[in-house]
Design a protein around this ligand. Structure first.
Ligand code: M6R
Length: 611
């Protein structure tokens, strides 16, 4: 959840650290800090500030106020200890010789803290991270690496760590366990970062650290060790993401830019995989015999990725006739899931680093399942631990509220459903060809939806004052409503719930009163009549209904709803891909009108790497 960046080179470190942190701020934004080695015998220069990175940056004059060529930086999402200057990272040891930035949770920090306090070590913060700095110093006897190794043997939990020692002013040590950390290979300089976007301006050559890896960086090179402290060679990977892709490029918010980027992201995701009316996945991990042996598909994910799974269940079951279960990753590993070697587990994660999804993956593997994942971030932990990864190729997604991540995941699940359905012979060639032809047209249709955004902005201007908004829908429309509702609540802070329309009369309808705003999702042709009936029911109780439907149903919908949002007609299974766009825009404009911090909503972070 926090962002780490580290630099060792021959230029002033602080401006580079601050610039890197500005690209990681989406990972956590309640405080920030840097530590820089001021030079041999000069000690560490540590600066921290509660609040956005801007506060720290102004304090340090954009980095000009701090001398030194080796440093670490951190942007925090608080877990232990409220956001404050003292709880910000870097955390330092009592002599200020050791400084540490940390992403993750030290589970036995209470015990370690008591142990160190007994030895007379004073603590100043409420963080779990301070014990790491103090413990390294406790073991330090002139050899930093040995002290880090000893400390790691005492620590339980999850961590990505960047460590500086005043006695080794041209070195930086990095460690990883269950939290992302990459190494960047530059010219006369080297880097660590939570995410490649932080160092993209300086290098595109990276190595992904594995759990247990320890790296020692100097400006001349990087030496890596495994958990047994044996030297290891790391594979270098070239990253071809555009630097611009991680910048706002004149748009007011990343979220808005990313909503508008969706047609292009979809083209990148679809076109290499669809040829001659068929779906192609390179080196698919399951042979046709293995696919035929699959008795159940389990989709496991969190948040919006889970909502993709809710749509995916309908798509996969319809096209494969294999039973599909969808589980929240945070629940999966505690529910003794019925998973075995005949289960295909599909993990969906934009970041590829969500801790709950990662834990679910490992649980499923332990039970013998094959693991397929749908991931956006290349080289992320989930991607690397899966039997097969299908990349969404959406490009970097910076806004905390996912948009292009969600829509590319959605089409990838559909492609998977077609692929499996054809292999199992549950979908005819003709049916698959027609569906894929329509899928190829989807980005253009999405562009048409985006072009109508002024209408959505107008509807948002009529709705932003509501304190509670309900989303209703059935089947695919319900799954879409779940995502529309999450988008709205996470960025606008309006209470919002999505209900399967048929459930209304089992309780929820008692909440509908004069003026309640209901967003009715009624795009799915086979259930359109039922959607209409539910709209009439809530209207009769005073609801103000915004209805989302397809162009061919607009007239009938307009007769009952207060306002209609049309989307182009398309194949039933593709409706969520078009329908979600107005709902994203609606959430965006409502949040804008309420003056919310759209890209960095309160209490959230982009990549949820704690349980
Ligand atoms: O990176 P992941 O797809 O694993 O993330 C899962 C959720 O944390 C994420 O979708 C979250 O719900 C978003 N903020 C939704 O916009």
């Amino acid at each position: 959840m926090c962002g780490i960046v580290g630099y060792v080179g021959q230029e002033a470190a602080c401006p580079i650290l601050l610039e890197g942190l500005s690209r990681l701020e989406y990972r956590g934004y309640d405080s920030a800090g840097v530590a820089v080695c001021a030079g041999a015998g000069e000690g560490l220069s540590v600066h921290k500030a509660k609040g956005r990175l801007q506060v720290l940056s102004e304090l340090l004059q954009g980095g000009a106020a701090v001398q030194g060529e080796v440093g670490i930086g951190h942007t925090r999402w608080a877990t232990h200890g409220a956001p404050s200057d003292v709880n910000s990272h870097p955390q330092v040891s009592q002599s200020r010789r050791i400084a540490v930035v940390h992403n993750g949770i030290i589970e036995n920090y209470v015990e370690l803290r008591a142990f160190l306090m007994e030895k007379g070590v004073p603590f100043v913060s409420e963080t779990d991270t301070e014990v790491v700095a103090q413990l390294i110093e406790y073991f330090y006897a002139g050899d930093l690496l040995a002290a880090v190794d000893q400390a790691l043997h005492r620590i339980r939990g999850t961590y990505a760590l960047g460590i500086l020692c005043a006695d080794c002013p041209d070195q930086l040590v990095a460690v990883r366990k269950d939290n992302p950390l990459i190494l960047g290979w530059g010219e006369g300089c080297n880097f660590i970062a939570s995410d490649v976007t932080a160092i993209l301006r300086h290098t595109r050559e990276v190595s992904y650290m594995n759990d247990g890896d320890i790296a020692v960086l100097s400006w001349e090179g990087i030496q890596c060790y495994n958990h047994l402290m044996q030297p290891i060679a790391k594979e270098r990977v070239h990253v071809d993401w555009e630097v611009d892709a991680a910048e706002k490029g004149g748009y007011p918010h990343f979220m808005f830019k990313e909503i508008l980027e969706q047609p292009q992201a979809l083209r990148r995701c679809i076109s290499p995989r669809v040829r001659d009316g068929a779906v192609y996945f390179e080196d698919f991990c399951l042979s046709p015999e293995e696919i035929r042996a699959v008795q159940k598909i389990y989709i496991v994910a969190c948040g919006s990725s889970y909502h993709v799974g809710m749509v995916g269940k309908y798509q996969l079951e319809k096209l494969t006739r294999v039973p599909v279960e969808v589980a929240l990753a945070s629940e999966f590993r505690y529910m003794e899931p019925i998973v075995d070697e005949h289960t295909l587990v599909l993990i969906i994660s934009q970041s590829g680093e969500t801790l709950d999804s990662m834990a679910a993956l490992r649980e499923a593997r332990k039970r013998g399942a094959k693991i397929l994942s749908i991931v956006n971030v290349v080289g992320s932990s989930i991607a690397r631990e899966s039997d097969q990864v299908l990349y969404t190729w959406a490009g970097p997604e910076i806004a905390v509220a996912t948009t292009k991540g969600y829509s590319t995941q959605l089409v990838l699940v559909l492609l998977l459903a077609v692929y499996l359905g054809r292999t199992l012979d549950r979908v005819s060639e003709e049916e698959s060809r027609a569906l894929l032809e329509e899928l190829v047209r989807l980005p253009d249709k999405m562009e048409a939806v985006l072009a109508g955004r002024d209408h959505i902005q107008y509807l948002a201007s009529q709705s932003f004052h509501h304190s509670s908004i309900f989303f209703l829908g059935r089947n695919l429309d319900y799954a879409m409503g779940l995502e529309g509702s999450l988008k709205l609540k996470e960025i606008s802070y309006i209470h919002s719930e999505a209900y399967a329309s048929g459930e209304l009369k089992h309780g929820t309808i008692s909440l509908i009163e004069e003026g309640t705003l209901v967003v009715a999702v009624g795009t799915y042709g086979p259930l359109f009549e039922k959607a209409m009936s539910n709209i009439i029911e809530v209207k009769a109780r005073g609801a103000n209904v915004l209805a989302l439907t397809t162009e061919s149903h607009v007239d009938r919908m307009a007769a009952v709803a207060s306002a209609v949002i049309p989307i182009p007609d398309t194949h039933d299974l593709l409706l969520p891909s078009l329908g979600i766009v107005p709902l994203q825009l609606f959430a965006y404009y409502v949040a804008l009108m309420r003056g919310c911090d759209i890209d960095k909503p309160r209490n959230l972070a982009k990549s949820v790497t704690v349980e």
